[in-house]
Write a protein that binds this ligand. Structure first.
Ligand SMILES: *Cc1c(COP(=O)(O)O)cnc(C)c1O
Length: 456
């Protein structure tokens, strides 16, 4: 029996259909109305496939999903169901995963600099694993959470990552001995080492280097009588197929490094904190054109549309860089646009730009696009919108976050139940890891079961 997610939490998508078809269904459903709010469709099957792929590529590593990347309820529920642990960075994130029943052993409070009241909250709620990288944190923990099991976060070379983290967190190797000595004096338990190579890591060697650095810290710790047993290799794994590096290229570097520095039988548990990896490709966003303005860049006033190279059309859509598209500003993302209505090849294309719905001039989603003439009411679709999108969106100007529909392909749901029973049939895993049927062809009779639609 599933414990964390029920069939009523998502829309079951029967065989032959994909989450994209659900998106189509929703668009069709509102086609006769003006209610065309932007919305996400989440393919929970994609998250199931990512999990199986993780277990296959990194068989010695248990994933602790980084909640900050996307804390949508359905994401947290399906990952709990799959047996993942959670990396939480705040009281609210701990509350969220505990509210669906995640056990404290499956939570690491992986924020090296915590507010005292939140350390106390972790203590009260049984969350023991926490990270640190400085002396002051050790004194705070020794006073407020005497049973904590501390994990020393070390700095990494994150120069090849799209979002650097070691500028802010991580102890340099040369200060680790001192920190361990201080922990010993304060009677604080230190159980292991963690690192994060930076989000969107482009260089797998960064993992190997950090794993070898971690080994040095394990040796140092043993000088103080610590028997460390946890290595946390952090996040940074790519979440989409068009990333500069493939997940398997990274695992091919990590596995031999683990076998060299932390061989099997060395009684060290290995965990990771993937965020982007699990959610980036599962989310697709549909936005609607709410306004449109034509500007004539050269001021010639020519109204011969087809030959006027300086005509520029500004389209305004019902999401923004303060909402789901904040990834453009914060995560250096370049969301890829698909037109919902396929243009015919002979339609002329015009210089176009895409703007969000807020009143700020910074709210530009894309420019220099070559688009056919679009109308108010037309839909634009964006794939790979799961990482650092909903998690970081605001309600600036009174615009609410786009709603989320969860879709679960029947085959993926069956797989979840099999995993639950402890059955791991390799062939079935391979099957489900294969991409499912095409995304774009729409049939008249979509086999969506009439489960209630969960909107968050
Ligand atoms: C952000 C973060 C993660 C997740 O990083 P991704 O690059 O999204 O995998 C993991 N661990 C910590 C401590 C983080 O701050």
């Amino acid at each position: 029996m599933p414990r964390y997610i029920q069939e009523s939490d998502f829309i079951m998508v029967e065989e032959g259909y994909v989450a994209r078809d659900l998106m189509e269904e929703i668009i069709n459903g509102v086609s006769q109305t003006d209610d065309r709010d932007a919305f996400f469709v989440v393919d929970l099957g994609d998250i199931v496939r990512k999990h199986l792929r993780f277990l296959k590529a990194l068989p010695r590593v248990k994933p602790f999903y980084a909640v900050k990347c996307n804390s949508s309820k359905g994401v947290v529920q399906i990952l709990a169901e799959l047996g993942a642990g959670f990396d939480c960075a705040s009281k609210a994130e701990i509350e969220l995963v505990q509210s669906i029943g995640v056990k404290p052993e499956n939570i690491i409070y992986a924020n090296p600099c915590k507010q005292i009241s939140q350390i106390k909250y972790a203590a009260k709620n049984g969350v023991q694993m926490m990270t640190f990288d400085n002396e002051v944190e050790l004194s705070k923990v020794s006073r407020n959470h005497p049973n904590a099991k501390m994990v020393l976060r070390i700095a990494t070379d994150d120069s090849k990552s799209s979002a650097r983290l070691s500028v802010k967190f991580g102890a340099p190797l040369k200060s680790c001995r001192h920190l361990l000595e201080m922990a010993k004096n304060l009677n604080v338990d230190v159980i292991g080492v963690s690192f994060h190579v930076g989000s969107g890591c482009g260089d797998p060697k960064a993992y190997a280097q950090s794993i070898s650095d971690a080994r040095l810290v394990f040796e140092m710790a043993s000088e103080f009588g610590y028997k460390m047993w946890l290595l946390d290799i952090g996040g940074g794994f790519p979440g989409t197929e068009d990333s500069k590096i493939h997940f398997e290229e990274i695992s091919a570097v990590i596995n031999p490094a683990l076998d060299l520095y932390f061989p099997e039988g060395s009684a060290v548990e290995i965990i990771a904190e993937p965020g982007r990896y699990y959610v980036a490709s599962a989310f697709s966003l549909a936005v609607n054109i709410i306004a449109k303005k034509e500007v004539d860049l050269d001021g010639s006033g020519s109204d011969d549309e087809e030959t006027c190279p300086n005509k520029n059309t500004m389209y305004y859509v019902n999401d923004s860089v303060y909402g789901s598209f904040n990834c453009i500003l914060f995560d250096h993302a370049h969301p890829k646009l698909t037109l919902h209505k396929k243009p015919s090849p002979d339609q002329p294309l015009y210089n176009s730009s895409l703007w969000g719905q807020t009143c700020d001039g910074i709210d530009k989603i894309a420019e220099h696009l070559q688009l056919p003439e679009l109308q108010v009411g037309d839909w634009l679709l964006f794939d790979n919108m799961g990482a650092y999108t909903v998690a970081t969106s605001s309600t600036f100007n009174g615009f609410q976050q786009s709603c989320i529909y969860y879709a679960m392909p029947r085959a993926a749901w069956d797989m979840v139940q099999l995993l639950e029973k402890g059955i791991h049939p390799i062939e079935e895993r391979e099957n489900i890891c294969a991409p499912m049927s095409c995304g774009w062809e729409i049939s008249d009779s979509l086999c969506l079961t009439p489960a209630p639609t969960r909107i968050i």
